[in-house]
Design a protein around this ligand. Structure first.
Ligand code: FES
Length: 164
């Protein structure tokens, strides 16, 4: 792993974040969170910069980043769809919703659409089981989904983007 501009992110923004922390190993998780909030994921070049700043070996920073499932190692789309696969949503028919979303997005598995607009991720319970089946898009919850309703939400978002 060598520091370079392999992921084309602006590391000066990260320097601005790290200015708010002491160069201390205890701050690693907080810095990783702030970095993910900045870029939407943890770019490799940013992890190398963080390793130098905190004094952790790069392999250790990579290890911590990949250990926690909340950290993303690849870029996400403008709209991050967290589709709940928890028990309540499962028994309420999220499978059909998932199939419809995958067909609309042309994503055979979790990932990001070619245009970079949508990322679809299956997740465990998102804490609103009474709304099952449910999904979250950029932090907003949508419940009582049907295949048509769920795809309609994405169509609206795409139309909004195309109208810009
Ligand atoms: S199981 Fe889906 S919100 Fe709880």
């Amino acid at each position: 792993m060598s520091e370079g501009n392999q992921d084309s992110v602006d590391l000066s923004l990260l320097d601005g974040i790290m200015d708010g922390y002491d160069a201390d190993r205890d701050n690693l998780i907080s810095i990783l969170w702030s970095t993910q909030n900045l870029y939407g994921y943890l770019p490799e070049s940013a992890l190398l910069r963080i390793a130098r700043f905190t004094g952790f070996p790069p392999a250790a920073v990579m290890g911590v980043s990949s250990f926690y499932t909340q950290f993303r190692m690849t870029p996400v789309g403008k709209y991050l769809i967290l589709l709940c696969k928890g028990t309540a949503c499962h028994v309420s028919g999220v499978g059909a919703v998932e199939a419809a979303l995958r067909a609309y997005l042309e994503l055979p598995q979790d990932g990001t659409t070619e245009d970079g607009l949508f990322t679809l991720e299956g997740v465990a319970c998102i804490g609103c089981c009474c709304l099952a089946p449910a999904m979250m898009i950029n932090g907003k919850t949508y419940g009582h989904l049907t295949p048509g309703y769920a795809v309609g939400i994405l169509r609206e978002l795409r139309a909004k983007e195309e109208a810009k």
